[in-house]
Write a new protein. Structure first.
Length: 200
């Protein structure tokens, strides 16, 4: 059975984090609006997509925050998204620039190291990086070893989607439908007119 491990996630995030200090108090409406505008500009320019990697890279360039590919989990620890990129903050907190793509009522999210929500993010498990892998000499994945069934997160994500259907983690698909409609508009070129290009 899957599970979330907030303390293990934070310990790992702290071990690879950096950049300038940032806290929930720094998530001003102006900062969030700037990030949302950047995110939608990138999506429009690229013709859609979550664009977590691009936005995290741009914000990393601005603030020095490393980016990390994580799995985004349900509250029960099942894999919603196998490869999602976030920015890591020095204290083990994260900023998820594109959380809106999961349809669960969030946009740009500061997820504090002391929050139970931090456990919904964990290092991505793939063929060469997972609990019990020989290269995990320091045991940083050990907290998840008893729930790791030997499948990559990508395989788990696909299995759950096939078994449970689109938006299986949601009680209400409204926000996910709205996100998908914006993506379709971007793909048709009906998104916002963007004068800037990535590297903003």
């Amino acid at each position: 059975m899957a599970k979330i491990e907030p303390q293990a996630s934070v310990a790992y995030f702290k071990s690879v984090a950096g950049g300038r200090a940032f806290s929930a108090a720094d998530m001003t409406p102006e900062f969030v609006l700037e990030a949302e505008t950047l995110r939608e500009d990138v999506r429009a320019y690229e013709g859609g997509g979550g664009m977590c990697h691009v936005v995290s890279e741009i914000m990393g360039g601005r603030h020095g925050w490393p980016m990390l590919s994580v799995a985004y989990l349900s509250t029960d620890g099942d894999v919603i998204c196998a490869a999602h990129v976030v920015s890591l903050l020095p204290d083990g907190s994260i900023i998820d620039w594109t959380r809106d793509q999961f349809g669960d009522g969030h946009s740009v999210s500061f997820v504090g190291a002391q929050s139970a929500e931090i456990g919904r993010y964990r290092p991505e498990f793939y063929e060469d990086f997972h609990p019990g892998h020989p290269d995990d000499g320091d045991g940083c994945m050990a907290a998840w070893l008893d729930t790791y069934a030997g499948n990559t997160d990508c395989d788990e994500q696909d299995r759950l989607l096939d078994e449970r259907g689109r938006g299986w983690w949601l009680a209400d698909l409204t926000a996910l439908d709205e996100y998908d409609a914006r993506q379709e508009a971007y793909a048709r070129g009906n998104g916002a007119t963007v004068m800037r290009q990535p590297g903003w």
